[in-house]
Design a protein around this ligand. Structure first.
Ligand SMILES: [Zn+2]
Length: 476
Protein backbone atom coordinates (compact mmCIF):
# COMPACT_ATOMS: atom_id res chain seq x y z
CA UNK A 1 0.00 0.00 0.00
CA UNK A 2 1.27 3.35 -0.87
CA UNK A 3 1.68 5.24 2.30
CA UNK A 4 2.33 8.91 2.00
CA UNK A 5 3.90 10.56 4.90
CA UNK A 6 4.55 14.19 4.28
CA UNK A 7 2.99 14.98 7.58
CA UNK A 8 0.88 12.08 6.48
CA UNK A 9 -1.74 14.06 4.74
CA UNK A 10 -2.05 12.27 1.49
CA UNK A 11 -4.17 9.18 1.33
CA UNK A 12 -3.47 6.79 -1.49
CA UNK A 13 -6.25 5.16 -3.38
CA UNK A 14 -6.08 1.49 -4.01
CA UNK A 15 -9.35 1.09 -5.74
CA UNK A 16 -8.68 -1.90 -7.85
CA UNK A 17 -12.34 -2.60 -8.13
CA UNK A 18 -15.64 -1.38 -6.87
CA UNK A 19 -18.96 -3.00 -6.32
CA UNK A 20 -20.46 -0.78 -8.86
CA UNK A 21 -17.89 -1.54 -11.48
CA UNK A 22 -17.30 -5.20 -10.74
CA UNK A 23 -18.92 -6.26 -13.94
CA UNK A 24 -19.51 -2.92 -15.54
CA UNK A 25 -18.74 -2.27 -19.12
CA UNK A 26 -15.25 -1.31 -20.11
CA UNK A 27 -16.52 2.19 -20.75
CA UNK A 28 -17.01 2.62 -17.06
CA UNK A 29 -13.62 1.34 -16.01
CA UNK A 30 -10.34 2.79 -16.99
CA UNK A 31 -8.14 0.36 -18.94
CA UNK A 32 -5.46 0.50 -16.25
CA UNK A 33 -8.02 -0.48 -13.67
CA UNK A 34 -9.26 -3.30 -15.83
CA UNK A 35 -5.71 -4.52 -16.18
CA UNK A 36 -5.22 -4.34 -12.44
CA UNK A 37 -8.51 -6.15 -11.89
CA UNK A 38 -7.59 -8.89 -14.33
CA UNK A 39 -4.15 -9.31 -12.82
CA UNK A 40 -5.72 -9.54 -9.43
CA UNK A 41 -8.33 -11.98 -10.61
CA UNK A 42 -5.81 -14.17 -12.37
CA UNK A 43 -3.72 -14.23 -9.26
CA UNK A 44 -6.59 -14.90 -6.94
CA UNK A 45 -7.92 -17.70 -9.10
CA UNK A 46 -4.63 -19.42 -8.59
CA UNK A 47 -5.40 -19.28 -4.92
CA UNK A 48 -8.05 -20.76 -2.79
CA UNK A 49 -11.18 -19.65 -4.53
CA UNK A 50 -14.02 -21.81 -3.40
CA UNK A 51 -16.83 -22.36 -5.77
CA UNK A 52 -19.22 -20.04 -3.98
CA UNK A 53 -16.66 -17.30 -3.96
CA UNK A 54 -15.21 -17.62 -7.37
CA UNK A 55 -18.00 -15.72 -9.01
CA UNK A 56 -19.64 -12.68 -7.63
CA UNK A 57 -23.27 -13.24 -6.73
CA UNK A 58 -25.70 -12.31 -9.43
CA UNK A 59 -26.72 -9.34 -7.32
CA UNK A 60 -23.23 -8.05 -7.76
CA UNK A 61 -23.50 -7.93 -11.52
CA UNK A 62 -24.65 -4.42 -12.27
CA UNK A 63 -26.88 -3.87 -15.20
CA UNK A 64 -25.28 -0.69 -16.33
CA UNK A 65 -27.44 1.51 -18.43
CA UNK A 66 -26.82 5.02 -19.57
CA UNK A 67 -29.20 7.90 -19.59
CA UNK A 68 -27.64 8.82 -22.88
CA UNK A 69 -26.84 6.19 -25.39
CA UNK A 70 -23.91 6.51 -27.69
CA UNK A 71 -26.21 6.58 -30.68
CA UNK A 72 -25.72 9.67 -32.74
CA UNK A 73 -22.22 10.28 -31.44
CA UNK A 74 -18.82 9.40 -32.72
CA UNK A 75 -18.35 6.40 -34.94
CA UNK A 76 -21.89 5.11 -34.63
CA UNK A 77 -23.18 8.27 -36.20
CA UNK A 78 -21.15 7.69 -39.22
CA UNK A 79 -22.68 5.11 -41.49
CA UNK A 80 -22.58 7.50 -44.37
CA UNK A 81 -20.23 10.28 -43.35
CA UNK A 82 -17.64 9.05 -40.91
CA UNK A 83 -16.34 11.51 -38.35
CA UNK A 84 -12.55 11.57 -38.68
CA UNK A 85 -10.65 9.94 -35.84
CA UNK A 86 -8.86 13.27 -35.14
CA UNK A 87 -12.20 14.96 -34.54
CA UNK A 88 -13.36 12.18 -32.27
CA UNK A 89 -10.10 12.31 -30.39
CA UNK A 90 -10.33 16.08 -30.00
CA UNK A 91 -13.84 15.68 -28.57
CA UNK A 92 -12.71 12.89 -26.22
CA UNK A 93 -9.77 14.91 -24.98
CA UNK A 94 -12.11 17.78 -24.17
CA UNK A 95 -14.65 15.60 -22.38
CA UNK A 96 -17.23 16.12 -25.11
CA UNK A 97 -19.21 14.05 -27.58
CA UNK A 98 -19.23 14.95 -31.25
CA UNK A 99 -21.87 14.38 -33.89
CA UNK A 100 -22.39 15.47 -37.44
CA UNK A 101 -25.55 17.49 -37.87
CA UNK A 102 -26.52 19.67 -40.81
CA UNK A 103 -22.97 19.62 -42.09
CA UNK A 104 -21.52 20.78 -38.77
CA UNK A 105 -19.46 18.99 -36.20
CA UNK A 106 -21.45 19.57 -33.04
CA UNK A 107 -19.69 19.21 -29.69
CA UNK A 108 -21.94 18.27 -26.80
CA UNK A 109 -21.42 18.12 -23.06
CA UNK A 110 -23.32 15.30 -21.37
CA UNK A 111 -23.63 15.96 -17.66
CA UNK A 112 -26.31 16.25 -14.96
CA UNK A 113 -28.55 14.03 -17.04
CA UNK A 114 -28.62 16.59 -19.85
CA UNK A 115 -27.13 16.96 -23.29
CA UNK A 116 -25.91 20.47 -24.01
CA UNK A 117 -24.58 21.80 -27.31
CA UNK A 118 -21.28 23.51 -26.50
CA UNK A 119 -19.65 24.31 -29.82
CA UNK A 120 -20.23 23.86 -33.50
CA UNK A 121 -18.03 24.13 -36.57
CA UNK A 122 -18.59 23.61 -40.30
CA UNK A 123 -17.35 20.11 -41.07
CA UNK A 124 -15.74 21.34 -44.29
CA UNK A 125 -13.35 23.55 -42.33
CA UNK A 126 -9.78 22.19 -42.43
CA UNK A 127 -9.36 20.19 -39.23
CA UNK A 128 -6.74 22.36 -37.54
CA UNK A 129 -8.68 25.54 -38.20
CA UNK A 130 -11.82 23.81 -37.01
CA UNK A 131 -10.19 22.81 -33.73
CA UNK A 132 -9.03 26.39 -33.23
CA UNK A 133 -12.57 27.63 -33.78
CA UNK A 134 -13.91 25.10 -31.27
CA UNK A 135 -11.16 26.07 -28.80
CA UNK A 136 -12.34 29.66 -29.11
CA UNK A 137 -15.86 28.58 -28.20
CA UNK A 138 -14.88 26.20 -25.40
CA UNK A 139 -12.10 28.06 -23.58
CA UNK A 140 -14.20 30.99 -22.34
CA UNK A 141 -16.74 28.49 -20.98
CA UNK A 142 -13.99 26.62 -19.12
CA UNK A 143 -12.60 29.80 -17.58
CA UNK A 144 -16.05 31.09 -16.72
CA UNK A 145 -16.93 27.83 -14.95
CA UNK A 146 -13.61 27.77 -13.05
CA UNK A 147 -14.24 31.33 -11.84
CA UNK A 148 -17.82 30.46 -10.90
CA UNK A 149 -16.77 27.41 -8.85
CA UNK A 150 -14.07 29.47 -7.15
CA UNK A 151 -16.67 32.10 -6.22
CA UNK A 152 -19.28 29.58 -5.06
CA UNK A 153 -17.13 27.03 -3.28
CA UNK A 154 -13.66 28.54 -2.83
CA UNK A 155 -12.20 25.70 -4.86
CA UNK A 156 -9.26 26.36 -7.14
CA UNK A 157 -8.20 24.44 -10.19
CA UNK A 158 -4.87 23.86 -11.81
CA UNK A 159 -4.10 25.81 -14.96
CA UNK A 160 -2.06 24.91 -17.99
CA UNK A 161 1.71 25.11 -17.51
CA UNK A 162 1.36 24.88 -13.73
CA UNK A 163 3.06 22.21 -11.60
CA UNK A 164 1.71 20.22 -8.65
CA UNK A 165 4.39 19.94 -5.96
CA UNK A 166 4.01 17.66 -2.96
CA UNK A 167 5.86 15.09 -0.92
CA UNK A 168 5.13 11.51 -0.02
CA UNK A 169 7.24 8.68 1.34
CA UNK A 170 8.80 8.24 -2.08
CA UNK A 171 10.07 11.77 -2.02
CA UNK A 172 9.20 14.99 -3.75
CA UNK A 173 6.84 15.08 -6.72
CA UNK A 174 6.61 17.88 -9.24
CA UNK A 175 4.09 17.05 -11.92
CA UNK A 176 2.91 19.21 -14.81
CA UNK A 177 -0.78 20.10 -14.72
CA UNK A 178 -3.51 21.21 -17.05
CA UNK A 179 -6.79 22.98 -16.61
CA UNK A 180 -9.88 20.78 -16.31
CA UNK A 181 -12.26 20.31 -19.20
CA UNK A 182 -15.98 21.04 -19.13
CA UNK A 183 -16.93 17.47 -18.23
CA UNK A 184 -14.52 17.44 -15.29
CA UNK A 185 -15.81 20.81 -14.19
CA UNK A 186 -19.39 19.57 -14.35
CA UNK A 187 -18.35 16.63 -12.16
CA UNK A 188 -16.50 18.92 -9.76
CA UNK A 189 -19.49 21.26 -9.55
CA UNK A 190 -21.85 18.39 -8.75
CA UNK A 191 -19.49 17.02 -6.09
CA UNK A 192 -18.65 20.42 -4.58
CA UNK A 193 -22.29 21.46 -4.39
CA UNK A 194 -23.00 18.54 -2.06
CA UNK A 195 -19.77 18.63 -0.10
CA UNK A 196 -19.84 20.11 3.38
CA UNK A 197 -16.42 20.96 4.68
CA UNK A 198 -17.21 21.69 8.29
CA UNK A 199 -14.71 24.31 9.30
CA UNK A 200 -11.95 23.70 6.79
CA UNK A 201 -10.87 25.61 3.71
CA UNK A 202 -11.69 24.47 0.19
CA UNK A 203 -9.09 22.36 -1.58
CA UNK A 204 -7.31 22.96 -4.84
CA UNK A 205 -7.91 20.41 -7.56
CA UNK A 206 -4.81 19.56 -9.56
CA UNK A 207 -5.41 17.81 -12.88
CA UNK A 208 -2.11 16.05 -13.55
CA UNK A 209 -0.70 15.54 -17.02
CA UNK A 210 0.80 12.22 -16.01
CA UNK A 211 0.21 9.73 -13.22
CA UNK A 212 2.17 9.81 -9.99
CA UNK A 213 4.74 7.03 -9.78
CA UNK A 214 3.63 4.25 -7.51
CA UNK A 215 -0.09 4.95 -7.55
CA UNK A 216 -1.01 2.50 -10.22
CA UNK A 217 -4.74 2.06 -10.54
CA UNK A 218 -5.53 5.05 -8.34
CA UNK A 219 -7.84 7.78 -9.57
CA UNK A 220 -6.72 10.53 -7.26
CA UNK A 221 -4.97 11.34 -4.00
CA UNK A 222 -5.91 13.83 -1.36
CA UNK A 223 -3.42 15.61 0.86
CA UNK A 224 -1.59 18.90 0.92
CA UNK A 225 0.48 20.60 -1.68
CA UNK A 226 3.87 22.11 -0.97
CA UNK A 227 2.32 25.40 0.12
CA UNK A 228 0.35 23.50 2.78
CA UNK A 229 -2.98 23.90 1.04
CA UNK A 230 -5.39 20.99 0.97
CA UNK A 231 -5.20 19.45 -2.45
CA UNK A 232 -6.71 16.74 -4.58
CA UNK A 233 -4.26 15.38 -7.13
CA UNK A 234 -6.20 13.86 -10.01
CA UNK A 235 -4.26 11.37 -12.06
CA UNK A 236 -4.12 11.61 -15.84
CA UNK A 237 -5.74 8.17 -16.02
CA UNK A 238 -8.88 9.52 -14.32
CA UNK A 239 -11.55 8.76 -16.91
CA UNK A 240 -15.15 7.77 -16.52
CA UNK A 241 -17.86 7.71 -19.11
CA UNK A 242 -20.23 9.45 -16.74
CA UNK A 243 -19.59 12.98 -15.60
CA UNK A 244 -22.15 12.98 -12.79
CA UNK A 245 -24.25 10.47 -10.89
CA UNK A 246 -27.28 11.67 -12.80
CA UNK A 247 -25.80 10.30 -16.02
CA UNK A 248 -26.39 6.67 -15.17
CA UNK A 249 -27.97 4.28 -12.76
CA UNK A 250 -27.10 4.13 -9.10
CA UNK A 251 -24.83 1.19 -9.75
CA UNK A 252 -22.29 3.13 -11.72
CA UNK A 253 -19.37 5.23 -10.65
CA UNK A 254 -18.94 8.63 -12.15
CA UNK A 255 -16.36 11.41 -12.06
CA UNK A 256 -18.61 13.14 -9.54
CA UNK A 257 -18.61 10.09 -7.31
CA UNK A 258 -14.83 9.82 -7.30
CA UNK A 259 -14.38 13.54 -6.64
CA UNK A 260 -16.98 13.36 -3.86
CA UNK A 261 -14.90 10.57 -2.29
CA UNK A 262 -11.77 12.73 -2.47
CA UNK A 263 -13.58 15.78 -1.10
CA UNK A 264 -14.63 13.60 1.82
CA UNK A 265 -10.96 12.81 2.48
CA UNK A 266 -10.24 16.54 2.30
CA UNK A 267 -13.05 17.32 4.76
CA UNK A 268 -11.84 14.49 6.99
CA UNK A 269 -8.51 16.28 7.37
CA UNK A 270 -10.34 18.98 9.32
CA UNK A 271 -12.66 16.77 11.35
CA UNK A 272 -12.09 17.09 15.09
CA UNK A 273 -10.78 13.82 16.51
CA UNK A 274 -9.34 12.72 13.20
CA UNK A 275 -5.75 11.52 13.37
CA UNK A 276 -5.06 12.99 9.92
CA UNK A 277 -3.46 9.81 8.76
CA UNK A 278 -5.33 6.76 7.58
CA UNK A 279 -2.28 4.60 7.18
CA UNK A 280 -2.47 1.25 8.95
CA UNK A 281 0.13 2.23 11.50
CA UNK A 282 -1.34 5.61 12.30
CA UNK A 283 -1.82 6.54 15.92
CA UNK A 284 -5.58 6.82 15.75
CA UNK A 285 -7.35 9.05 18.25
CA UNK A 286 -9.85 7.56 20.73
CA UNK A 287 -12.75 9.36 18.97
CA UNK A 288 -11.67 7.91 15.69
CA UNK A 289 -11.27 4.41 17.07
CA UNK A 290 -14.76 4.62 18.58
CA UNK A 291 -16.28 5.83 15.31
CA UNK A 292 -14.59 3.22 13.17
CA UNK A 293 -15.43 0.53 15.71
CA UNK A 294 -19.06 1.04 14.74
CA UNK A 295 -18.19 0.33 11.11
CA UNK A 296 -16.60 -2.97 12.10
CA UNK A 297 -12.95 -1.95 12.44
CA UNK A 298 -10.61 -2.54 15.38
CA UNK A 299 -7.09 -1.42 16.11
CA UNK A 300 -4.92 -4.41 16.90
CA UNK A 301 -1.40 -4.16 18.32
CA UNK A 302 1.22 -6.88 18.22
CA UNK A 303 3.60 -7.55 21.10
CA UNK A 304 6.07 -4.97 19.79
CA UNK A 305 3.34 -2.36 19.82
CA UNK A 306 2.93 -2.21 16.04
CA UNK A 307 -0.66 -1.38 15.25
CA UNK A 308 -2.90 -2.22 12.36
CA UNK A 309 -6.50 -1.65 11.40
CA UNK A 310 -8.38 -4.92 11.24
CA UNK A 311 -11.87 -5.65 9.98
CA UNK A 312 -13.87 -7.91 12.24
CA UNK A 313 -15.33 -11.10 10.79
CA UNK A 314 -18.69 -12.67 11.53
CA UNK A 315 -17.16 -15.22 13.88
CA UNK A 316 -14.98 -12.95 15.94
CA UNK A 317 -12.00 -13.27 13.63
CA UNK A 318 -10.05 -10.34 12.14
CA UNK A 319 -8.68 -9.44 8.71
CA UNK A 320 -6.00 -6.94 7.88
CA UNK A 321 -4.39 -5.70 4.69
CA UNK A 322 -0.63 -6.17 4.54
CA UNK A 323 2.15 -5.18 2.19
CA UNK A 324 3.85 -8.14 0.66
CA UNK A 325 6.80 -8.87 -1.56
CA UNK A 326 4.49 -8.68 -4.57
CA UNK A 327 1.43 -6.65 -3.69
CA UNK A 328 -0.95 -5.96 -0.84
CA UNK A 329 -2.94 -8.89 0.51
CA UNK A 330 -5.74 -9.51 2.96
CA UNK A 331 -4.74 -11.91 5.68
CA UNK A 332 -6.24 -13.11 8.93
CA UNK A 333 -4.79 -11.69 12.11
CA UNK A 334 -5.54 -12.69 15.70
CA UNK A 335 -6.22 -10.35 18.61
CA UNK A 336 -2.54 -10.48 19.57
CA UNK A 337 -1.57 -9.01 16.23
CA UNK A 338 -0.18 -12.28 14.89
CA UNK A 339 -0.68 -12.90 11.19
CA UNK A 340 -2.21 -16.29 10.43
CA UNK A 341 -1.55 -18.77 7.65
CA UNK A 342 -4.37 -20.56 5.88
CA UNK A 343 -4.13 -23.37 8.44
CA UNK A 344 -4.44 -20.89 11.31
CA UNK A 345 -0.79 -21.02 12.44
CA UNK A 346 0.93 -17.67 13.09
CA UNK A 347 3.76 -16.50 10.84
CA UNK A 348 6.25 -13.62 11.17
CA UNK A 349 5.53 -10.47 9.08
CA UNK A 350 9.01 -10.71 7.51
CA UNK A 351 7.81 -13.77 5.58
CA UNK A 352 5.70 -11.42 3.46
CA UNK A 353 8.79 -9.75 2.09
CA UNK A 354 10.69 -12.94 1.30
CA UNK A 355 9.74 -14.19 -2.19
CA UNK A 356 10.03 -17.87 -1.29
CA UNK A 357 8.21 -17.62 2.00
CA UNK A 358 5.59 -15.43 0.38
CA UNK A 359 5.03 -18.14 -2.19
CA UNK A 360 4.67 -20.74 0.53
CA UNK A 361 2.08 -18.54 2.26
CA UNK A 362 0.26 -18.15 -1.04
CA UNK A 363 0.22 -21.92 -1.54
CA UNK A 364 -1.05 -22.39 2.01
CA UNK A 365 -4.16 -20.33 1.18
CA UNK A 366 -3.11 -17.60 3.59
CA UNK A 367 -4.42 -14.69 1.53
CA UNK A 368 -8.00 -13.71 0.84
CA UNK A 369 -9.51 -11.75 -1.97
CA UNK A 370 -11.26 -8.54 -0.99
CA UNK A 371 -14.64 -9.98 -1.97
CA UNK A 372 -14.07 -12.93 0.38
CA UNK A 373 -13.21 -10.53 3.18
CA UNK A 374 -16.26 -8.46 2.38
CA UNK A 375 -18.49 -11.51 2.57
CA UNK A 376 -17.00 -12.55 5.90
CA UNK A 377 -17.13 -9.09 7.48
CA UNK A 378 -19.41 -8.61 10.47
CA UNK A 379 -20.33 -5.14 9.19
CA UNK A 380 -20.46 -5.26 5.41
CA UNK A 381 -18.31 -2.61 3.71
CA UNK A 382 -20.72 -0.91 1.29
CA UNK A 383 -18.29 -0.98 -1.62
CA UNK A 384 -15.07 -2.80 -2.37
CA UNK A 385 -13.18 0.36 -1.46
CA UNK A 386 -12.27 -0.62 2.10
CA UNK A 387 -8.51 -0.80 2.33
CA UNK A 388 -8.91 0.91 5.69
CA UNK A 389 -11.69 2.45 7.76
CA UNK A 390 -11.22 5.96 6.38
CA UNK A 391 -11.38 4.67 2.81
CA UNK A 392 -14.57 2.83 3.60
CA UNK A 393 -16.19 5.79 5.29
CA UNK A 394 -15.21 8.28 2.56
CA UNK A 395 -16.81 5.98 0.00
CA UNK A 396 -19.89 5.57 2.19
CA UNK A 397 -20.21 9.35 2.40
CA UNK A 398 -19.97 9.62 -1.39
CA UNK A 399 -22.90 7.19 -1.54
CA UNK A 400 -24.70 9.27 1.08
CA UNK A 401 -24.71 12.35 -1.15
CA UNK A 402 -26.83 10.69 -3.82
CA UNK A 403 -30.43 9.57 -3.35
CA UNK A 404 -30.25 6.18 -5.03
CA UNK A 405 -26.79 5.37 -3.73
CA UNK A 406 -27.83 6.43 -0.24
CA UNK A 407 -30.77 4.01 -0.38
CA UNK A 408 -28.34 1.32 -1.47
CA UNK A 409 -26.04 2.12 1.45
CA UNK A 410 -28.95 1.97 3.87
CA UNK A 411 -30.03 -1.44 2.66
CA UNK A 412 -26.60 -2.95 2.35
CA UNK A 413 -24.88 -1.62 5.41
CA UNK A 414 -27.14 0.18 7.88
CA UNK A 415 -24.41 0.54 10.51
CA UNK A 416 -22.10 2.30 8.06
CA UNK A 417 -25.07 4.40 6.92
CA UNK A 418 -25.61 5.61 10.49
CA UNK A 419 -21.95 6.58 10.91
CA UNK A 420 -21.81 8.35 7.54
CA UNK A 421 -24.99 10.26 8.40
CA UNK A 422 -23.70 11.25 11.82
CA UNK A 423 -20.35 12.46 10.49
CA UNK A 424 -22.12 14.40 7.74
CA UNK A 425 -24.46 16.07 10.26
CA UNK A 426 -21.51 17.04 12.48
CA UNK A 427 -19.94 18.87 9.53
CA UNK A 428 -23.26 20.47 8.61
CA UNK A 429 -23.62 21.68 12.21
CA UNK A 430 -20.10 23.11 12.19
CA UNK A 431 -20.82 24.90 8.93
CA UNK A 432 -24.31 26.21 9.73
CA UNK A 433 -24.46 26.09 13.51
CA UNK A 434 -27.22 24.73 15.71
CA UNK A 435 -30.41 26.28 16.95
CA UNK A 436 -30.90 27.62 20.49
CA UNK A 437 -32.54 24.27 21.31
CA UNK A 438 -29.34 22.46 20.31
CA UNK A 439 -31.01 20.96 17.26
CA UNK A 440 -29.56 21.20 13.75
CA UNK A 441 -30.47 24.20 11.63
CA UNK A 442 -29.72 22.37 8.39
CA UNK A 443 -29.86 18.74 7.32
CA UNK A 444 -29.09 16.82 4.17
CA UNK A 445 -32.26 15.67 2.44
CA UNK A 446 -32.50 12.40 0.59
CA UNK A 447 -31.55 14.09 -2.67
CA UNK A 448 -28.23 15.09 -1.13
CA UNK A 449 -29.14 18.77 -0.79
CA UNK A 450 -28.55 20.80 2.37
CA UNK A 451 -31.95 22.11 3.47
CA UNK A 452 -33.57 23.73 6.51
CA UNK A 453 -34.28 21.27 9.30
CA UNK A 454 -38.02 21.88 9.14
CA UNK A 455 -40.45 19.26 10.38
CA UNK A 456 -41.49 18.66 6.81
CA UNK A 457 -37.92 18.00 5.64
CA UNK A 458 -37.15 15.80 8.64
CA UNK A 459 -40.32 13.81 8.01
CA UNK A 460 -39.36 13.34 4.37
CA UNK A 461 -35.96 11.95 5.40
CA UNK A 462 -37.59 9.68 7.97
CA UNK A 463 -39.96 8.38 5.32
CA UNK A 464 -37.06 7.80 2.91
CA UNK A 465 -35.23 5.77 5.55
CA UNK A 466 -38.30 3.81 6.54
CA UNK A 467 -38.97 2.90 2.91
CA UNK A 468 -35.32 1.98 2.41
CA UNK A 469 -35.30 -0.31 5.43
CA UNK A 470 -38.28 -2.25 4.14
CA UNK A 471 -35.98 -3.85 1.62
CA UNK A 472 -33.76 -6.24 3.54
CA UNK A 473 -30.00 -5.77 3.23
CA UNK A 474 -28.25 -8.10 0.86
CA UNK A 475 -26.87 -11.21 2.52
CA UNK A 476 -23.30 -12.26 2.05
ZN1 LIG B 1 -9.82 7.30 -0.82
Amino acid sequence: MAHIQQVSQVTGEQQIENTYTSAATARDVHPELLLAMNTRLAKSQGQSATSENRNPSSDDLPKVSFTHTEAGYGTRASHNAPIPEEVQRYAREHGLKVKLADGNYEYHLIANGRDKLIASVDSRTPLKDGFRQVDDQINPLVHQKMAELKARFGADFSTNNEYASFKDDRGHHKIPCREPDLKELAAAEAALSKNVRGSGAAPKLYFLKHNIDGYYGADALTGKDESGRKAIFIQSSFAYERATNADGTYRGRSMEYVLAHELNHAARLDDPGHSRDNSPLAPATPEEIARYDRTGWSVIADKSGNKCWALRGKNGEYYTLVDTFADAEWVRVNKNGELLRGDGKPFPPDDLRDPEKYRALLEADSFLRFDQVRQRAKVTPPTSCFTGPEEELCDAEALFHDRDKRAWLLRLSPQVYDVAKELDQERIDRSYGKGADGKPIKVRNSDGEIVDATNENLESIRQFEEDGKKIPPRKY
